[in-house]
Design a protein around this ligand. Sequence first.
Ligand code: SAH
Length: 212
Amino acid sequence: MRLRNIRGSRERIEENRFVINDPKSYRGRWRELFGNDRPLHIEIGMGKGKFISEMAALHPEINYLGIEKYSSVLIRALDKQEETEAPNLRFIRMEAEEVCEVFAPGEADRIYLNFSDPWPKDRHAKRRLTSREFLRRYDQILAEGGQIEFKTDNRPLFDFSVDEAREAGWQMLVCTYDLHHSEFAEGNVMTEYEEKFSALGNPIHKYIICRK
Ligand code: SAH
């Protein structure tokens, strides 16, 4: 995501009622925050939040948390949320590395990873959000039967991610190299990057995995 330093974005986020500023204090209590027992779905690296905002509107029976590390990006998601005020959607500015400090074991029912940064250099493989290191973290916070859904147009990143998931012993429920022309296209909600890259003609790859 290209960054412009938006002046005051950090401050605006701190005082926004849709942003959770002390996420670690909610560990094990996220359902209390939403005031119900509905499933919790999180998107890590949500960018400007198009996907998660649309998902929240389509699925009022699910609670959504959008995670993004940059305030200057997250602030764009707030613009939408201030209009719609979706009761089932909140945001956290944090680093994905900290998920286990923010979510208790089994607390998340689904994790979405959309167009995650590729980190093309081999020595940075650990930073990819689909690496075995991250899968280990997700394994801790996912509920029984919980799933991870990952989309990208980056073939080397996708191939790496499929290998990592298999080697770490996850079960591949869906694996498509051309989502938009596959049987899984129906009901697909596009992310910002997905719109941009599919308009250029890039096929979109997607997997859904769960524990064995
Ligand atoms: N999901 C959006 C944005 C994709 S760009 C879409 O599909 O359109 C990837 C986003 O992930 C960027 O906004 C980047 O800031 C965020 N991101 C990358 N690494 C992250 C990390 N370790 N923790 C939290 N967010 C991260």
